[in-house]
Design a binder for this molecule. Structure first.
Ligand code: FES
Ligand code: MG
Length: 573
């Protein structure tokens, strides 16, 4: 049933005849808008995360004009709302510290303004979950516009992938196999267009999850940012936002347990970033859909990695797009999907992928020829991680998937950085590197420190992977035998805080176990004399963050934003 103009949310700003509405309208006229352009029209807020220092969103300044064109063509009125532009390569200590801030900003921007529906422009890592979290809580019609991946990197005829190849070549440079001059050339070749990372890192994972959750137009998340299809998709996204407002199609009408199941199958099939686990849990909790680490492990056991993209495979997002993109991939796993899940365009996911095809089955493989058969994300439990921890076995050296070795413990990142390249470091390829105080509160913000660098002396010996354990995250473009998100974290007295150098740690990925060879009594005794690290944030956002952030297994949302609480409408005056 189509809404009437006087049922629009913006009506109470512009449609009524009172003193406040006089102020709202006269100030719209002050900007040169005519009554006919905005009164009784769906007002679409475009939450634009452009900034002059975010290369992944550098095209959003131009792209927003395509969105506006689509909105106006469909009879809506576009209002651009600039929002925090979390630029993964620039923001210290980590954009994860600010995901919840952008989520709050999105919710409050939409809540406080005369907005009937939203186009959410994001793509760089944390921007996607943040925008979706805010929109889910606000629960007005909202559609996501993915930034699109950048083009493939290129250096001396070699294809380069964001992140993944940086880690790889940095190890070669540390081992003395690449010169400073060559390294400088790579700087100019690895990122050669606007758009987000073109590996299956956090950005590509989250935009694909947004699409499989039903939040984008079909195929939107795979289009490379510089491709002419991208501005056309942007315009169509604006047009769809207007239709969604008239039809009152809100996130709560779209999201269901089925859409999250589809997202989980997508996450596993793509070999998606481990970061997505935290964001999916946070999104599900906002939507009131029960989802926990056990569901994630179950999905991982059911769905192999079939998409051949770095870091689990060898190709890049441009190849994925040409091979059929996300709809192509989804068409190969129809039997594993909840095809009746709703999407932004009012059709089911099944309808949206009815005609999808795969054009290159080396990139998008059939289920019987996976890239990695055993699943992308293993969730381990044990006395070291009572609330769980995660690992991406597809990106690890198989010899380390079942491993026992002595711990080498670093109390924090600075201690690790100061020691890791010492020639006299007491370490072998069997040592388990442990980093403490890098979790949600300890980092703070759970920085991407979980792919601990390998000791220089071992790199020179040819070692390229070791077992590493932390309460940190790692970049979605990273790889290696890194056990992440240990929960509860060491900074708040989780058992990881009790581990000391020399303790024996054993990991068995197949059986999903992680143990430190200590008795419960020994762990309890050590924790009883453990002192919380002397670190406090006397003011500002960090102060609030440390007091309200949840643990990794809970999605790291703030306790006061978590769950389906319902956003109150602002007062009339
Ligand atoms: Fe923005 Fe990787 S830096 S997506
Ligand atoms: Mg990243």
């Amino acid at each position: 049933m189509k809404k009437k103009p006087e049922e629009l949310r913006s009506h109470r700003w512009f449609g009524v005849q009172d003193l406040r509405a006089f102020g709202h309208r006269s100030r719209m006229l002050q900007m040169g808008y005519r009554h006919e352009e905005f009164v009784g029209k769906p007002i679409v807020g475009i939450v634009n995360t452009w900034s002059g220092i975010n290369p992944c969103h550098f095209h959003f300044q131009a792209r927003v004009e395509d969105v506006k064109r689509g909105i106006i063509q469909a009879g809506g009125f576009p209002v651009e709302l600039p929002a925090l532009s979390l630029s993964e390569p620039m923001v210290k200590p980590t954009t994860m510290l600010y995901r919840n801030l952008l989520a709050m900003e999105t919710e409050e921007l939409l809540r406080s303004h005369p907005i009937d529906g939203a186009v959410l422009m994001g793509g760089c890592d944390k921007t996607t979950p943040a925008l979706l979290m805010g929109a889910i809580s606000m629960d007005i019609p909202a559609i996501f516009l993915p930034a699109g991946p950048m083009l493939r990197g290129n250096w001396k005829g070699k294809v380069l992938g964001s992140g993944s190849d940086v880690w790889k070549y940095w190890a070669e440079k540390t081992a003395g196999n690449i010169s400073d001059a060559q390294w400088k050339e790579m700087e100019a070749g690895i990122a050669r267009s606007f758009g987000h990372c073109m590996t299956m890192g956090t950005a590509s994972t989250l935009t694909a999850l947004a699409e499989s959750l039903g939040f984008t137009l079909p195929g939107a998340s795979s289009i490379p940012a510089p491709d002419a299809s991208h501005p056309r998709m942007a315009s169509a996204t604006g047009e769809m936002a207007v239709e969604m407002i008239w039809s009152d199609r809100k996130p709560s009408d779209i999201l269901s347990r089925g859409s999250f199941d589809n997202a989980l199958m997508t996450q596993m099939g793509l070999g998606g970033s481990t970061n997505a686990i935290i964001h999916l849990i946070a999104l599900a909790r906002r939507a009131g859909v029960p989802l926990d680490l056990a569901d994630i492990d179950e999905a991982s056991r059911e769905m192999p990695v079939t998409v051949n993209l770095q870091p689990s495979g060898s190709k890049l997002m441009e190849d994925f797009y040409y091979a059929g993109g996300l709809p192509g991939f989804l068409s190969t796993i129809r039997d594993k999907l909840k095809l009746d899940a709703a999407t932004v365009n009012g059709r089911t996911l099944g309808e949206n992928i009815a005609d999808a095809e795969v054009y290159d089955d080396d990139v998008i493989r059939p289920l019987n020829r996976p890239v990695y058969a055993a699943g992308a994300t293993a969730v381990l439990f044990g006395n070291l991680a009572p609330e769980g921890c995660v690992m991406k076995p597809s990106a690890a050296d198989p010899r380390l998937l079942r491993h026992e070795g002595p711990a080498l413990v670093f109390r924090d990142y600075n201690e690790m950085a100061a020691q890791i390249n010492r020639d006299d470091l007491d370490v072998t390829a069997d040592t388990v590197l442990v980093l403490q105080n890098a979790g949600p509160v300890g980092g703070p913000g759970m920085p991407e420190w979980g792919m601990l660098p390998l000791p220089k002396k071992l790199l020179e010996q040819g070692v390229r992977d070791m077992l590493r354990i932390s309460d940190a995250r790692m970049s979605g473009t990273s790889y290696g035998a890194c056990i992440l998100h240990v929960s509860p974290e060491s900074h708040i007295g989780g058992p990881l805080a009790a581990v000391r150098t020399g303790d024996i740690i054993s990991v068995d990925v197949e059986n999903r176990q992680i143990e430190v060879k200590l008795t419960d009594a020994e762990i309890a005794a050590r924790l009883a004399e453990w002192q919380p690290p002397d670190r406090d944030y006397p003011r500002g956002y960090n102060h609030m963050f440390a007091r309200h952030v949840g643990q990794a297994h809970e999605g790291c949302d703030f306790d006061f934003l978590d769950g389906r609480k319902g956003v109150p409408e602002p007062e009339i005056h």
